[in-house]
Design a protein around this ligand. Sequence first.
Ligand SMILES: [Fe+2]
Ligand SMILES: [Fe+2]
Length: 201
Amino acid sequence: MNDGDGSPRSILLGATPDAWVRAAADRWRELLNDHAQCEKKAASTALALMFTYPEDRRLAAALSRLAREELRHFEQVQRLMMTLEVPFERQRPGRYASGLRAKLRTADPGRKLDLLLTGALIEARSCERFGLLAPRLPAEVGGFYAQLARSEARHFEEYLDLAREAAPQWQGRLRELAEHEAELATASDGQLRFHSGPPQE
Ligand SMILES: [Fe+2]
Ligand SMILES: [Fe+2]
């Protein structure tokens, strides 16, 4: 972890493997299905945090904005799928979100920090992957992904700021959660998803 530069990539403990990038660049149309779900899930995660900590006005203001932006991303992906005639497919969720959830502490004050740090890690991974895919996709989609990489970088900063404010000892816990996140994102995976490891097939 490079604590020095504060960029989204600096908190990730493992870079996305080339094998994932090759598979995702090859199968980007099919991956739009999962991408759309991720944007929707990002909005609902932000809303859930607002309901869990209603007394935290600073959190509510930041995450309300963030949730609106994620829903706009969802609308953009859905429009793109319709334009490109990519069919909607119901998919089994990947292991990433459930794997991250399994590490969250169940009681506060630890739970709030874990939720915020996990949010920061997901945004950082999304930012990294949009950035990796952008130059490898057709211009129309690549430009959209480059724009999403910038949004997710802002969301990463937002979650990390909230985490720093929630607990002075955030760095040690970030390292533990980041190790677990890197394992989920880089180990060989049974399926290709936006946040999966490289697919086995
Ligand atoms: Fe997004
Ligand atoms: Fe985001």
